[in-house]
Design a protein around this ligand. Sequence first.
Ligand code: CUA
Length: 327
Amino acid sequence: MRRMVLLACLLPLAACAGRQSPLAPAALQAEWLHWLLMLMFWVCGIVYALVIALLGASIWRGRHRLAAKPEIEPDDRRLSRGLGVWAGMIVVGLTVLILGSFVVERQLADMRAHEALVVRVTGQQWWWRVQYRDPAGGGWIETANELHLPAGRTARIELGSVDVIHSFWVPNVAGKMDVIPGRANAIDVTPHRLGWFRGQCAEFCGAQHAHMAFDVKVDTPAEFTRWLAAQARPAAPPTGAALVVANGACASCHTLRGTAARGRAGPDLTHVGGRRSVAAGTLPMSRGALQGWIAQPQALKPGTLMPAVALSGAQADAVAAYLESLK
Ligand code: CUA
């Protein structure tokens, strides 16, 4: 039984590392926040342990003395010395915490590089529009629910919302930043550890708040350049039964660069098949997931603005195969 309890206590530690955890930092900003978190943990932990120990000791001593001399009066000098120790602990603890958070705040503020890579991220119910500057010059290129960042370079993520308040949070990379309609917020991130991480909207924003996730990939600079160049290319044009994507209902809400589809209400689908998830982290990307999402979006994510699209069996197969092929 004792062993079972011990094991159960250790179980929550399994969540400490991983791709959505502030305890496994992958960027300079997250390193500093992790340092502050550890400082708070140790200061509060030590104070807690001291309080319990002193309290236990004084209860134990008091009982023994009371047993020996029941008529004893409390000693005023001892009492005021005890109060002095408490007050000292509080002042020292709070001073360390205040200095710690001041240092971290300064560090985060000083990381704003002048020549940062700018990424625009716009929250809306319930997905993320992601825009990068076209490396060939000119306008912005767009993707959704997936952010690629080059390691070793500071990216400024400019945040906006078109509807309600959301919050941008990738715990491995940086702290939270609210995404507020009508207000330009930004957060700087300087990732240094390669890999996939998970971001999540951290402000309740409606029925599908939980399904407003996104993937973050930290690439080597060369990988990032390749990825961005690939994103800038137009989509391969649809053929046969898949033509309905560019000419039918999809085109009024979605853009497929290089085709007639230029809708702006929903995510850009130009390279949708290369993304990791369907519907902002609702389903892992696959042909079946795409087909299910097109046929039954309200069953998978009730309240989403994506309407069910009536397609014939052959069309549905062709559309899902075409979208999956858009890497
Ligand atoms: Cu967007 Cu919660």
